[in-house]
Design a protein around this ligand. Structure first.
Ligand code: ADP
Ligand code: MP5
Length: 276
């Protein structure tokens, strides 16, 4: 018996402790019942305390991995995370352009720990080679500030930024995430026509390692299934809120989110703990 399913490819760096990067993406695809595939760009020695060391794969080897996937399986969506150098961005751009797939761009620049995951000289290349290909781009506040070279201080600034990323940088739609603001966590989506706001209460926790990766991976999974950008973001927002609410006390630093958090609604108090 065969079973038909949608598929998603993540092109990103790794997290051996499983909370962020490719590992978080694959877990998120699996939770959303989408077949997950991965191309590694950089191997990152990191954990819940921070990044200890990074080794980049050669551009030619990243290209070989991309060929292995695309010569065999054309995914229903591509998601990118950490792509450190302009040369890596060029080969990824070429693969996406040649295969005409929906593309979710998480412009990963700096990890929560403050460690840099993208070279400074990549800023221009990401704008020119990747942003115009994106079906949706998902910057956090500092990333949106870097992309536009502006300061974002309020939800109104975030709305302007989302519009400018679409109208000036050429993304099809943009979500500026509110995780880095104080107060409610309000994400702003501009889909090329309209602004939508996705507000949730801010959960008071330090365990937010990998939130951006998980959120964009869920958006990608839903797009793979054929959902609209709006529906995909709505599902991802609910998913990430539950993943943060029931985040995991694993590790000695900023713990990972809980990919099955949404399944814990209604589970008795003694089985779950509010995030702390
Ligand atoms: N403490 C929090 N409480 C509720 N939602 C949050 C919190 N922190 C982040 N989020 C949400 O998690 C998602 C990822 O955002 P963010 O943490 O800003 O991304 P990144 O990991 O790229 O910095 C967004 O939907 C954001 O609103
Ligand atoms: C390989 C890799 N990619 C992305 C992140 C960002 O994680 P976060 O969502 O916590 O900022 C990370 N820490 N490592």
């Amino acid at each position: 018996m065969k079973y038909a399913t949608s598929s998603a490819l993540t092109i990103a760096g790794t997290d051996p402790t499983g909370g962020a990067g490719i590992q978080a993406d694959l877990k998120s695809f699996q939770e959303r019942e989408v077949y997950g595939m991965s191309v590694v760009t950089s191997v990152v020695a990191q954990n819940t305390l921070g990044v200890q060391s990074i080794e980049h794969l050669s551009v030619s080897f990243i290209e070989k991995q991309l060929e292995s996937v695309f010569n065999d399986i054309v995914p229903d969506v591509v998601k990118t995370g950490m792509i450190a150098t302009p040369e890596m961005m060029e080969v990824v751009s070429h693969a996406i352009k040649s295969n005409h797939v929906p593309y979710v761009l998480d412009p990963v620049m700096v990890a929560k720990s403050g460690d840099h995951l993208m070279d400074k000289e990549s800023r221009q290349t990401i704008r020119e080679a990747l942003v115009p290909l994106s079906t949706v781009i998902t910057p956090n506040i500092p990333e949106a500030e870097e992309l536009l070279e502006v300061s974002i201080q309020s939800t109104e600034d975030a709305e302007i930024a989302a519009k400018r990323i679409v109208e000036e940088l050429g993304a099809q739609s943009a979500i500026v995430k509110g995780g880095h603001f104080a107060g409610d966590a309000i994400d702003i989506l501009f889909d090329g026509k309209k602004i939508y706001k996705f507000p949730t209460e801010r959960i008071n926790t330090k365990h937010t390692h990998g939130t951006g990766c998980t959120y964009s991976a869920v958006i990608a999974a839903e797009i793979a299934k054929g959902k609209s950008i709006y529906e995909s973001v709505a599902i991802a927002k609910q998913f990430i809120t539950d993943a943060i609410r029931f985040s995991l006390e694993i590790g000695r630093g900023n713990g990972p989110t809980n990919h099955w958090g949404y399944r814990l609604q209604g589970v008795p108090e003694n089985k779950t703990k509010e995030a702390n």
